[in-house]
Ligand binder design. Structure first.
Ligand SMILES: [Zn+2]
Ligand SMILES: [Zn+2]
Length: 561
């Protein structure tokens, strides 16, 4: 679907929107901090697509704060919405709670107060790690405390006007009237339409039908599919909420929302946004927030090898393998109308390389202005910089080392010291959290067949049939590898052995014949060390194994007689 961002492609959309938010906030509510809003339904695991709902307003609110101006970013938890369906992977018995508020459904694990809190907690933790500062608003709390009592009465008294607006859009898009969306019931007849949906006093579900509302006394009467008949009672004493398309604009007015983007599905013509725009001014005396649609977030290679929970990956899944700054960067570098793809497969190494390159370019002043702005938004917030890895070694190197050592910490440190001569790392803390990310990635996303299994015993059969040339190459390696036991030294030696065997110096330029010989020589080493034709870079692999182990695995056996 086409998504239009009102900020021209040549403009910095964050800076431009932040400027508009300040100006519009000042015009609407002088002297008050402008409000950027996000809404999340804690109905199941909150995935990486939902994170965009938070990151887009966050980037704008943070930009305002970086200018020294207070800006509120509210996270409205839609925890008073009805429980619609049991998400994949949860016991089917929960279907018995369909129709109750998310905050009234039991917690699936037993450690949280209810279903909604179970899904809020991991997102809350991820937001803290990402430096996304929000003011949380629980809609359960707002509705049950009576905060919206006056707005509910207003909506009920103006039900015919609301019904007329909804009906107008309903006829424009009959095919899209929410068949799968009982919370979004649209009026067939504006005369008997009620925008307030009670949660039944008897069964707690919203299978209710309002049968009367007294405009004078604000008393409501309803029936429920369970057989309950309630009322007339004051609507203020009845649990329930405004239907979604009325609820949203009511809250825009209540919270003085200045800016609230939404996913493309909400911003098409005839959507909740269009309807809300009319209702907020006609019924609730507010103004529509500045807004635009943002596009989708996709992932590649995100199926975990452990096959644990399954389902779409969440922000905490992403934070296991990407540093927090990098996750911010993946969102900040795209314009709202551009989709985002987060890679969990072998592309992860390339993403880290790109980020490291950007970091270097910013440090040496060679990055252009747009890249510098994106970098600054990724690296920190108005509160300060986010944690970074003090010594950011290439992710691919760390992943290789984690792979070869199967996560053994002492071995990792020994190898990393050898890899970083002449200024060796002193402790693993210098390479964290990136090392932890690399370990989590190897454990979670590299197929067992692609991991490195070092041979326990020498490959006697292969060693017994070595050619004279192969035997000599292995001898040269064993004799000379200790001479410069470093990444550079081993690299030179490994490429150089086929040259030495041809009477050429180590620094001889490559030829086609040399390249073929090098390839065959590397395959022999991989076969003898890890039983495959390919693997981690050989110098890294040798450093990881150590000289003693290499000598054992490469020692030519007795010739077959
Ligand atoms: Zn729980
Ligand atoms: Zn009932």
């Amino acid at each position: 679907m086409e998504v239009a961002c009102p900020v021209a492609p040549a403009d910095d959309w964050v800076a431009r929107t932040a400027g508009e938010v300040r100006a519009e906030g000042e015009r609407r509510h002088p002297g008050e901090a402008p409000t950027c809003a996000s809404g999340i339904s804690p109905s199941g695991p909150v995935h990486l697509g939902n994170l965009r709902e938070l990151m887009v307003p966050h980037l704008v609110a943070d930009e305002v704060r970086k200018q020294g101006v207070p800006c509120r970013h509210i996270l409205s938890w839609d925890d008073y919405d009805r429980f619609r369906r049991v998400p994949a992977g949860f016991p089917p018995e929960f279907a018995g709670h369909i129709g109750r508020p998310l905050s009234a459904v039991p917690d699936p694990c037993g450690e949280h107060p209810n279903w909604a809190e179970h899904f809020k907690e991991p997102l809350r933790e991820s937001l803290a790690r990402l430096g996304v500062l929000v003011t949380e608003i629980s809609q359960t709390r707002m509705y049950t405390s009576g905060a919206y009592a006056a707005q509910i009465v207003t909506a009920m008294r103006r039900r015919a006007d609301i019904g007329a607006v909804l009906a107008r859009y309903q006829t424009k898009r009959p095919a899209q009237a929410g068949a799968d969306d009982p919370d979004d019931e649209e009026p067939r007849n504006a005369g008997t339409y009620y925008p307030f949906k009670p949660y039944c006093a008897s069964c707690g579900r919203d299978d209710t039908t309002v049968t009367a509302f007294d405009d004078e006394t604000s008393q409501i009467t309803y029936t429920c599919a369970c057989g309950a008949r309630v009322g007339p009672v004051p609507v203020a004493e009845v649990a329930g909420k405004l239907v979604w398309k009325v609820d949203w604009p009511m809250r825009w007015a209540y919270e003085h929302v200045t800016f609230e983007p939404a996913g493309v599905d909400h911003s098409s013509p005839g959507s909740s946004f269009t309807v809300g725009g009319e209702l907020v001014s006609e019924i609730f005396g507010g103004e529509m927030p500045l807004h635009f649609g943002y596009s989708f977030v996709g992932t590649t290679g995100s199926a975990k090898m452990s096959g644990s929970a399954g389902g779409a990956p969440t922000p905490s899944d992403a934070l296991e393998i990407f540093e927090a700054q990098l996750v911010r960067w993946l969102y900040a570098r795209r314009r709202p109308e551009q989709s985002i793809t987060l890679a969990f497969d072998a592309e992860v190494g390339r993403v880290y390389d790109e980020w490291d390159k950007l970091t270097r370019n910013v440090a040496d002043g060679s990055a252009d202005a747009a890249s510098q702005a994106v970098y600054a938004r990724a690296a920190g917030t108005a509160e300060g910089p986010l944690p970074a890895t003090p010594r950011p070694l290439p992710f691919r190197t760390l992943a290789s080392v984690a792979d070869i050592t199967a996560g053994h910490q002492e071995q990792i440190l020994r190898i990393l010291r050898d890899l970083t001569t002449p200024d060796p790392v002193a402790t693993l803390d210098e390479v964290r959290p990136r090392l932890d990310c690399a370990q989590a990635w190897v454990a979670g996303y590299v197929a067992p067949a692609d991991r490195t299994q070092v041979r326990e015993e020498p490959d006697k059969e292969r060693l017994a049939v070595l050619t004279d040339g192969e035997r000599r190459a292995l001898e040269i390696l064993a004799e000379r590898m200790g001479g410069d036991w470093s990444l550079n030294g081993l690299t030179t030696l490994l490429y150089g052995i086929p040259k030495l065997q041809r009477g050429l110096p180590l620094d001889a330029p490559p030829t086609a014949e040399l390249k073929a010989a090098q390839r065959a020589w590397f395959i022999l080493l991989y076969q003898l060390l890890i039983g495959k034709d390919t693997g981690p870079r050989l110098p890294t692999l040798l450093l990881a194994l150590g000289q003693d182990r290499i000598r054992v695995l490469l020692a030519p056996g007795d010739p077959v007689t």
